[in-house]
Design a protein around this ligand. Structure first.
Ligand code: GTP
Ligand code: SPV
Ligand code: MN
Length: 571
């Protein structure tokens, strides 16, 4: 037990878990440097981590997952509410009693021979009224090390839990890493999570998707706020005003990249700056001034490695030079991390540790990741840890759509914005197991993360439009439209600044637009295209009326299938 007092409810729960799981030892995490170093040493000794080249990458480590455990598993993820309808058709559901019986059996004796770590953590700045605490019990030191980077973990969180009494209980075990014995269960009515059989990212770092989205979205609905799969970025104009934008893109669809965007030189010369607040999750709450104020509940980035380069995301690359955990990337012959899109070197070993052979597929797993402290990001906002959060001026929805969907358009008002968010669809990516590249409905990028019925979720979004509210403007973007030869029509990455400039201009009332059936859109003269002579703007903005009608009909059918009458309420 740690020095100082532990709330009895926490002590009792830890004791009960230990009786069931039978660990050899219990370690209460304090979050100290010494503890982190000891964990790394332990994992180096048992092969869980490989030290990377200390000259080029000091403090950096590589972890190789079990090859069957490299992504979230949506088909094994359940929301266990008393009433099936509360979870909605958007979630897999299991009755709480049945889920508990199943999980109790799996956890029985599963920590024999292992250490059980008790990880108190805080999602959000430790002194923020918007922040929430949890405790994850896990038998994976890799999970502990990641939680230390991704959350405010240790003694300070424990003190807050002691003060508040309330915390989300997360129980995790690697089990046998057997996909047949793997479940991620959520009990929102009990504020608890149980995860067995995976050590990977969103399945195992329970503060992230399980707590900060699935459980938090449930709490947010009860308490009148929003827990969203969104980045938060500050756009500073040449006049010195900073507008905060929250953007929901599905997994592996560009949140980290947009959050860390470096404006093209022409913009920098004029005084534009971009500040990173968060890259994956946003908690926002209406404040007394009528605006939505947002915090990033995380303290680190668990980002997609492939595609990250000095050209696409120099901020990310800079922070990955030290004190970073890499998962499932490839290795060069001198022990440096490598992935597709980084540079033109040829790696020596692939993500499974085999000598690299292109016949085996990509060298780095397509869902390989880095874990790094947010404070290491060169563009980290000086307001990222403000307890009251930052005020949101614009909400952007976006998906990965090879055809049909134009570069950018604007919602006519909030209710229309909710309809646009609810109508989102996107091609699936390697962030979850299953087929890649299939268009599926992913409203507000929350398909895998909303902890309750989507019909109730959209109604909750609509409820923010009330007297006195000063709601953000809503937009939709698509960086991923392709030409007939399969090439991206839009250069993306830093050049997305041009679209952000238009969005900020619309917020300030200075940018022009043309009306369209989708909503206002930039005309040729409304968006800065200087230097993009090769870019076919008309092709990017073109909307096929018939195909669009079909798409809208599908979205309407989807929304009406959730709760009849809901579509009409959406502007
Ligand atoms: P999660 O962490 O899974 O939630 O993903 P994310 O939304 O943060 O996605 P991320 O920014 O890591 O980007 C995922 C992939 O999309 C990477 O391979 C990027 O290189 C690529 N990508 C990001 N932005 C752009 C863009 O503007 N254009 C194009 N073509 N690709 C992009
Ligand atoms: C995502 O899949 O949206 C991620 C990675 O951000 S994970 O933490 O695995 O959910
Ligand atoms: Mn994500």
């Amino acid at each position: 037990m740690p020095a100082g007092s532990v709330p009895p409810a926490l002590a009792d729960w830890v004791a009960a878990v230990a009786r069931r799981t039978r660990p050899d030892r219990i370690h209460w995490c304090d979050g100290s440097d010494a503890e982190y170093d000891a964990l790394l040493a332990l994992m180096e000794a048992d092969g869980t981590l490989i030290r990377l080249n200390p000259e080029t990458h000091p403090g950096c480590w590589l972890h190789r997952s079990d090859p069957d455990d490299v992504a979230r598993v949506e088909h094994l993820t359940f929301v266990c509410t008393r009433e099936r309808d509360a979870a909605g058709p958007n979630n897999h559901w299991m009755a709480p009693d049945e889920a508990h019986a199943k999980m109790d059996a799996l956890f029985e004796g599963c920590m024999r021979g292992r250490t059980m770590y008790v990880v108190p953590y805080c999602m959000g700045p430790i002194d923020s009224p918007l922040a929430r605490c949890g405790v994850e019990i896990t038998d994976s030191p890799y999970v502990v090390a990641n939680m230390r980077i991704m959350t405010r973990m240790g003694a300070a969180a424990l003190r807050r839990i002691e003060r508040e009494g309330r915390f989300v209980r997360g129980l995790h075990s690697l089990g046998e890493l057997d996909p047949e014995r793997r479940f991620i269960m959520h009990f929102p009515e009990e504020l608890s999570i149980q995860s067995y059989g995976s050590g990977y990212g969103g399945n195992a770092l329970l503060g992230k998707k399980c707590h900060a989205l699935r459980i938090a979205s449930w709490q947010a609905r009860e308490e009148g706020w929003l827990a969203e799969h969104m980045l938060i970025v500050g756009i500073q104009t040449p006049r010195g005003d900073t507008h905060y934008v929250a953007a929901a893109f599905p997994s592996a669809c560009g949140k980290t990249n947009l959050a860390m965007l470096i404006p093209p030189e022409r913009y920098r010369e004029r005084g534009w700056k971009v500040w990173t607040v968060g890259d994956d999750i946003c908690w926002m709450r209406p404040s007394e001034d009528g605006r939505l104020w947002a915090i990033n509940p995380e303290a680190g980035f668990f980002g997609v490695a492939p595609g990250t380069s000095a050209k696409s995301n120099p901020n990310a690359l800079a922070m990955l030079q030290r004190d970073t955990l890499f998962t499932n990337v490839a290795l060069t012959d001198d022990g440096q991390p490598w992935w597709e899109g980084l540079d033109d070197r040829v790696p020596a070993f692939d993500w499974q540790g085999r000598p690299y052979d292109p016949a085996n597929g990509p060298a780095a797993h397509p869902n390989s990741r880095f874990t790094v402290a947010a404070s290491r990001c060169p563009s980290y906002s000086p307001h990222a840890e403000d307890p009251q959060g930052v005020p949101i001026s614009a909400i952007v929805f976006g998906g990965r759509r090879a055809s049909l969907v134009p570069l950018v358009f604007e919602a006519r008002d909030w209710t229309h914005g909710v309809r646009i968010g609810a109508s989102m669809a996107s091609e699936t990516t390697a962030a979850a197991t299953g087929q890649v590249g299939v268009v599926r409905r992913d409203p507000m990028a929350m398909k895998p993360f909303c902890g309750y019925h989507f019909g109730d979720y959209f109604a909750h979004w609509l409820s923010f439009d009330r007297p006195g509210a000063r709601l953000p403007k809503v937009f939709h973007v698509n960086w991923f439209r392709k030409d007939a030869d399969g090439r991206f029509l839009w250069p993306g990455f830093g050049e997305n600044m041009r679209v952000l400039e238009w969005i900020v201009g619309r917020v300030e009332g200075s940018a022009g637009a043309v009306e369209s059936r989708l909503g206002p859109m930039p005309g040729r003269g409304d968006i800065d295209l200087a230097g993009l002579e090769d870019c076919d703007f008309d092709a990017l903005m073109q909307v096929d009326p018939e195909a669009w009608s079909k798409e809208s009909e599908e979205a309407r059918g989807f929304v009406e299938g959730l709760r009849p009458g809901l579509w009409r309420q959406m502007g």
